[in-house]
Design a protein around this ligand. Sequence first.
Ligand SMILES: [Zn+2]
Length: 288
Amino acid sequence: MFVPPRRVRFLFFIFAVFILLSSGFMSLSGEARVLKRGMRGSDVYELQEWLVDLGYGLTVDGVFGSETENVIKNLQRAAGLEPDGVVGEQTFATLSYLRDSIVSYTVQKGDNLTKLAKRYGTTVMNISSFNDLLNPDHLIPGQVLYIPTTSMAVLSRLPSRLNLQWPVEGRVSSGYGSRIHPVLKARHFHGGIDIAAPEGTPVKAAAAGKVVSVGNRGNYGLAVVLEHADGITTWYGHNSKVLVRVGETVKRGQTIALVGRTGLATGPHLDFRIKIGDQTVDPLEWLP
Ligand SMILES: [Zn+2]
């Protein structure tokens, strides 16, 4: 019988261990599978490490028990998802997004929280509470801080993030961010998403709120602005007709306007925006 030399067997052993470890890792970071209560193993272990990195306090033991389930439910509530405690595709996507929003920073001599908050677009309070800093006025050079950047800071600030619905059914013809303007042919920052729909399609309130502005806004056309909780507003531009008045309270899903092409538009579409204070955010990260 052929017996491989010891060194070869050892290499095979190492290889097998590596495959086992990496397959567990890949199923969480690549093709996401559903994780839920009662499961245990390396995927659960990795999930718990992610949650700890995000600032949640829990035991990292590879066992998906009630503690992990509650943390997931809290996170889902914060993200406006159905709080079922199950890590499916959407929850997984939210986790990856949040994880990418956190910056680890090693404190340098002369640093202070005000300076760091300004640099990363967050607040002293956010950094301080995220890191459980007992003495925020006294940072030690070499100390590692986890800094929640704007999107993470926004999420952690809003315990009941808006439960949004799509204002119009249609194809997103232009996304949020930097783009070449279709009419002006120059690069500019697009503060919303364009949803293409036939002229006259009902435009619905993405969430319950109060009408704070109605009228012509130049390039943005005939527009409606709704105000919601926590300083959040939603914006609906290029309408052909507006069906609500300033001061009116609207329900989620209520028709507030009709799709049009007023202002600077190549065809009928809704330009939908979400603002927190003066800051626009990517609606695709908020819509279901
Ligand atoms: Zn637009």
